[in-house]
Write a protein that binds this ligand. Structure first.
Ligand SMILES: N[C@@H](CCC(=O)N[C@@H](CS)C(=O)NCC(=O)O)C(=O)O
Length: 342
């Protein structure tokens, strides 16, 4: 290779390394601990999942996941900086290293898991796609939507599932695509479309945002699987383990009836070996995750178990009032299941 070609080759190689997600390999846990703060990507504003009030306080199930990771890694659930991201921006923000973790009602799919340089770490909310229609159309189910105009958000799985659904049933539709959720709701409200489609959990929140919610109704059908969960960059196994086991600790805590209310007492008095391992009193403790021994105790004490978080953000204790449904623990017939801490 002649010298100028050689220089260009190495310049290109260094450039490629810099933009490759793996350039961050193995470093996120260290980075977060050194920085003393977690950078978490969340939704710009989706009731129940992630929204901010006038005092700058963030709430929602996705937000609580960020806080739980900060409690595990930094011992302080408050040490999180939230970065609001649109559906389109979210993957680039993670790939480029702008955030450490993306927790933004994002569906786990094969394409995303295998071609974006990211890894999904688990499922915080089992969702499915649904439809909201104007009541005056007098529709009973989604099979009556042939020829409808449909409002939706670009860059989402919802756009793709809709095409599948109409194709499967030999029906036609006119897509009306927007860039932000507010535009989607406004489009629906102003009559730009007959139907609005999105993950069903969001339809209830969007319906409440309408000037007259009674004019709209959510159809009963669910046309897809939308397992929503947090994701990290590929090639960073330590960090992936930390995020994944944060979720598992929350689910295990619920299963063991350990909550933010009784965790102190459980720590003092529980004789159950599973509970004692969860709280870092015996067993592997924090060693395998490179965290302090009380990592899971801090999650439960500062944020709560999975059930507590679900109820206060999207469940019966919240304005959304969503049923646990698929998100019930496995032992009660749902899908929420975590491998054991041992
Ligand atoms: N779970 C789906 C949909 C995610 C999504 O972004 N949904 C919209 C609902 S319309 C949303 O959250 N919008 C809020 C926003 O963009 O601020 C995905 O991962 O593609």
């Amino acid at each position: 290779m002649n010298p100028s070609l050689k220089t260009r080759f190495f310049a290109l190689l260094i450039g490629a390394l810099l933009i490759t997600p793996n350039a961050f390999a193995g470093s996120t846990l260290d980075t977060v601990q050194k920085r003393g703060k977690l950078l978490c990507g969340v939704n710009t504003g989706l009731p129940g999942f992630s929204s901010v009030d006038s005092k700058g306080r963030w709430t929602g199930i996705d937000v609580e996941v960020c806080r739980a990771v900060a409690a595990a890694v930094l011992g302080d659930a408050g040490k999180v900086e939230f970065t609001p991201l649109t559906a389109k921006e979210r993957f680039t923000a993670l790939q480029s290293g702008e955030i450490d973790l993306l927790s933004r009602n994002t569906t786990w799919t094969l394409t995303r898991d295998s071609s974006l340089g990211v890894n999904f770490t688990g499922v915080t909310y089992y969702d499915g796609q649904g439809f909201m229609v104007s009541r005056e159309l007098g529709l009973k189910n989604a099979r009556e939507l042939d020829g409808a105009s449909v409002c939706m958000l670009s860059g989402t799985t919802n756009e793709l599932n809709l095409a599948d659904y109409f194709r499967t049933h030999g029906m036609k539709y006119e897509p009306v695509v927007f860039d932000t959720a507010d535009q989607v709701v406004k489009g629906f409200e102003s009559g730009r479309c007959d139907v609005l489609t999105s993950d069903q959990s969001q339809l209830y929140g969007q319906r409440v945002k309408l000037a007259d919610p009674d004019k709209a109704m959510v159809l009963p059908e669910i046309i897809s699987k939308e397992p929503l969960g947090p994701l990290v960059r590929q090639g960073d196994d330590d960090w992936m383990n930390v995020v994944r086991w944060t979720l598992f600790a929350m689910v295990n805590a619920e299963e063991l009836d350990v909550s933010s209310k009784n965790v102190e007492q459980m720590k003092m008095a529980s004789k159950n070996p599973e509970t004692r391992r969860l709280l870092g009193l015996e067993g592997i403790k924090g060693k395998g995750l490179k965290l302090s021994d009380d990592w899971a105790y801090q999650i439960v004490r500062q944020v709560g178990n999975y059930g507590e978080v679900f109820e206060r953000t999207v469940g019966k204790g919240s304005p959304l009032g969503i049923d646990r449904g698929l998100n019930t623990l496995w032992k009660d017939g749902g899908l929420q299941y975590a491998p054991p801490i041992r």
